[in-house]
Design a binder for this molecule. Sequence first.
Ligand SMILES: Nc1ncnc2c1ncn2[C@@H]1O[C@H](COP(=O)(O)OP(=O)(O)OP(=O)(O)O)[C@@H](O)[C@H]1O
Ligand SMILES: [Mg+2]
Length: 457
Amino acid sequence: MGQVSEVSAKNESKVTSHSHIKHLGLSSTGVAITNDTGGFVGQAEAREAGGIIVDLIKTKKMAGKAILLAGGPGTGKTALALAISQELGPKVPFCPIVGSQIFSAEVKKTELLMENFRRAIGLRIKEIKEVYEGEVTELTPEESENPLGGYGKTISHVILGLKSAKGTKTLRLDPSIYESIQKERIVIGDVIYIESNTGAVKRVGRSDAYATEFDLEAEEYVPLPKGDVHKKKEIVQDVTLHDLDVANSRPQGGQDVISMMGQLLKPRKTEITDKLRLEVNNIVSKYINQGIAELIPGVLFIDEVNMLDIECFTYLNRALESPIAPVVIFASNRGLTTIRGCDADEKGPHGCPPDLIDRLLIVRTLPYNIQEVRSIVLKRSRHENLSLSQEALDRLAYLGSAKSLRYSLQLLSPASILAGVSGRNEIAAEDVLQAEDLFIDAKRSALILEANSKYYL
Ligand SMILES: Nc1ncnc2c1ncn2[C@@H]1O[C@H](COP(=O)(O)OP(=O)(O)OP(=O)(O)O)[C@@H](O)[C@H]1O
Ligand SMILES: [Mg+2]
């Protein structure tokens, strides 16, 4: 007998360094909750500032503004930016990059900067379309003798039965539509819609009347569509301006947003010129004026901003003043340091020129005290499914505040392995101490280097 095992529909999410951060953890009035379950500990002011940023973005009052998250290493700047993106939800574009990412041998850095700017600006297109929507009740291809003679038969058309809450309809479709039906792997019992003037077929999901059937695959079950089979339906699509640029840069690109979107399927490296962008902008503003599309400014997050150089900064100054600009969030852990591309003695705060700093709203992240480190370590250990003894937690909290938070978080996994080797489930203080011996922290490493400099080149 064959074995049947259940497949859970839930994808297990991977544990990454920020995956314990679920949201900013603010009350409805925007105050940071002290004992929040969202994963964020302490840093109340920065979180509240983050909450205000989220509100301003959602009410679209923030476009073209820039924010700087400034604070020492490991104080949660990247975590804060990710929490902001989570609060914004999936519909608002969030484009995270690192300062060094825009330097490439092939493409100009300002070009890449602009590209990422446009990845952070969304366009929501609403269209009223005439569609046939319903659950498939019948799907029979009708064959006929090949009119050109010879062997075999060709499909002359397809009979498709659709059922909705209000009625049923039988459609006679072209063979070309049958091909897209096959591509979408549509079978009887699926809920689909067909756009009546383009013939585009879309599978919505499986009808929930079939929800009890024996099915090993994770399926999305949807209710029977309301209303008639033939109706007008509002179809909403979210794209970014960059998507449209790419689509339009293809030679066969059409002149309106809808046909450009048809080209989105295959990404290919092509040059996007300023002229092309202007073209896209013109089309987009036409759509906005007609009320078909709506601009959704998102967030461009540039981590390690000190890696940008003076040319990028002047370009950014200009780009931020354009009428369509996203919110730009910078982060830096540097203090007063050289501005790249300037003379070595020209220093700026966070490696930014003073005129850019002047345009920024600055949010500080502060170092953690030992209690805060303790709860971060505890949150992290729960997230990684590790259990810690009281003494082990004390030791990790001490390490986190005396050495660095990252060091203490990084010791968690080796310590859990050491505990496992000794046959324990719970991490004890001795495991942490042993892990400390095996993996030294940055300060100790520097001391060792200094003391043994003669052994190194
Ligand atoms: N307040 C906090 N609550 C929970 N976890 C935190 C908090 N602050 C930082 N962390 C966690 O600590 C680690 C380091 O934080 P993060 O990477 O955000 O620091 P950073 O400020 O971006 O540092 P760097 O300047 O080095 O990039 C991450 O795993 C992060 O999720
Ligand atoms: Mg960071």
